[in-house]
Design a binder for this molecule. Structure first.
Ligand code: NAD
Ligand code: UDP
Length: 314
């Protein structure tokens, strides 16, 4: 049994991770400021004696004992991270420094939830970990993209300079139950719009692509990375390599919900990446990991979740 801290633990990915760790018999300390996370995501976990929740902002120092730290605290959807862009940078810079300092003091292994956004609007396709990316340093997505890039830099500097035991995962678009119905990401937006019978809002002409990974697959990969040998730090891509255009996703959601919604086209947001697909060769070779949930199956489960929560009332 380990004592595991999950920052951002009340968010979409974090809440699944907390549940999985408790199921494995670990003690879990969930740290969250509830900016984009929701108490509803973790309500079921309080029944477990190994679960603890601390409302805390990681831009401030924190003193707790832990063997492992999963650092997920950061708003992740474009509307959420652009809402207070300076705060987003602070979560990545000050938050990473605080969590790395804690890991150094208590000799905990620490895993950083990085992102495919470090590749920006990629010039290499599919994206491999050795690609350095194509990121606008001064645009509206930069607070998140550059924030996550400097967080990776901090992780590797604490590793080289202070021997902190680090792991870095670059997560590609992940979806599933516990997504916030209002946070603006494409899968939750389309499902909620379809359930409400509203128009599905496709940005640009919808030919931009994304590769969608179901949450259970990602959580399995994160656990394998955390428990991998010390000399394997990553960065390692995790995502589903099946690539879809946004229009294809919209049509699939309409089909699976049986909705009569139509598709409308909105302006393309600034710096919206045109293509994204992970090369997951490194994760396969080193961790024996690859996703097993196909898009249709994952979408059915996610639709069932939003139906059960009455997402059409939100
Ligand atoms: P989310 O918004 O649901 O979760 C983020 C959580 O962090 C929320 O609970 C929020 O309240 C909390 N948080 C934000 N700032 C904080 C702060 N300063 N102090 C304490 N808590 C704070 O998003 P998610 O999709 O679960 O993403 C989790 C992590 O994974 C993020 O770091 C994100 O960048 C990364 N990621 C997610 C995806 C994806 O597709 N979901 C892709 C790439 C990377
Ligand atoms: N998108 C869309 N309609 C929406 C929300 C998003 O067409 O209602 C598009 C968005 O412009 C992007 C893609 O879907 O091209 C994925 O967007 P998301 O915000 O989910 O993730 P990210 O851009 O960070 O990959």
């Amino acid at each position: 049994m380990s004592r595991i801290m999950v920052t951002g633990g009340a968010g979409f990915i974090g809440s699944h991770l907390c549940k999985r760790l408790l199921d494995e018999g670990d003690e879990v300390i969930c740290i969250d400021n509830l900016f984009t996370g929701r108490k509803a995501n973790i309500r079921g976990l309080f029944a477990s004696p190994g679960f603890e929740f601390i409302r805390h902002d990681i831009t401030l120092p924190l003193y707790v004992e832990a063997d492992r730290i999963y650092n997920l605290a950061c708003p992740a959807s474009p509307p959420a991270y652009q809402y207070n862009s300076i705060k987003t940078i602070k979560a990545n810079v000050l938050g990473s420094i605080n969590m790395l300092g804690l890991a150094r003091r208590v000799k905990a292994r620490i895993l950083q939830a990085s992102t495919s956004e470090v590749y920006g609007d990629p010039g290499v396709h599919p994206q491999t970990e050795d690609y350095w990316g194509n990121v606008n340093p001064i645009g509206i997505r930069s607070c998140y993209d550059e924030g996550k890039r400097v967080a990776e830099t901090l992780f590797f500097d604490y590793h080289r300079q202070n021997n902190v035991d680090i792991k870095v995962v670059r997560i590609f678009n992940t979806y599933g139950p516990h997504m916030d119905p209002n946070d603006g990401r494409v899968v939750s937006n389309f499902i909620v719009q379809a359930l409400k019978g509203k128009d599905l809002t496709v940005s640009g002409n919808g030919t931009q692509t994304r590769s969608f990974c179901y949450i259970d697959d990602l959580v399995e990969g994160m656990l394998r990375l955390m428990e991998s040998p010390e000399d394997f730090t990553g960065p390692v891509n995790m995502g589903n390599p099946e690539e879809f255009t946004v229009i294809e996703l919209a049509k699939k959601v309409i089909e699976l919900t049986g909705s009569r919604s139509r598709i409308v086209f909105l302006p393309q947001p600034e710096d919206d990446p045109k293509r994204r697909r992970p090369d997951i060769g490194l994760a396969k070779r080193t961790l024996g990991w690859e996703p097993v949930v196909r898009l249709e199956e994952g979408l059915r489960k996610t639709i069932a979740y939003f139906e059960a929560m009455g997402a059409w009332e939100t």
